[in-house]
Design a protein around this ligand. Sequence first.
Ligand code: 6PG
Length: 248
Amino acid sequence: MRRMNQPKSLVFDTPQAVARAAAVKLLELGREAIEQRGVFRVALAGGSTPKLMYGELAQQPEALDWSRVEVFFGDERTVPPDHPDSNYRLAFEHLLQHVPIPPDRVHRIPAERTDPHAAAAEYGTTLRRLFGAGHPWPQFDLILLGMGPDGHTASLFPDTSALTESTRWVAATWVPRLQTWRITLTFPAINAARQVLFAVTGADKADRLAQVFGLSPGGNDLPAARIRTNGGGVTWLIDRDASGGRIS
Ligand code: 6PG
């Protein structure tokens, strides 16, 4: 059943099919951005489904003019770039090393810095330089996001300080449940994007997803439900398990 104001969604049989559809959408938006504005600015995500999607893109390096792509990251774990938990490392191993993107067009979060606030501030400065001073918020062509079983997205976790950030583009945030710092784009920075694409798979997400879609109560405060781009360009790609049979 589709409700009024329910986010735009597509449901697929398997995580691999979600990944394939996400890759197709990225290529489509990338070509369009390059044609219209000469550059495609995309923020990548960590997580299991993005990893599958990177594999899909890596198999067809000629499908996009990678020399005109600027790659960013929506969030990062506070580890060096060669650490197994690094989102940059995931993207590099599964995608970036397989496509002809100039290294200076890949803008990773310097999360190896000992002070996470300094790392966030440095990334904020990088974004302001690349998106042009004078813009209130960055305008990514596409931000890829996942959603955790607790409703977090990027590194915007429930009940954490980053959720109330209203001026910074990038924030450092302590996540008590994981006992770690994370660096993340903030809500206003994400919601200024032209398009946001969620890729969500697995039965452990079904209850939260039903809340985000307004099919059960309690969803309004979930971080993932607060992603509403100004232009309305949020699309959810979901596998059957995550849909719980309730989302079509
Ligand atoms: C991260 C991600 C995070 C992720 C979700 C979903 O760095 O962990 O950016 O927000 O997308 O936790 O992850 P899965 O797709 O692996 O469930």
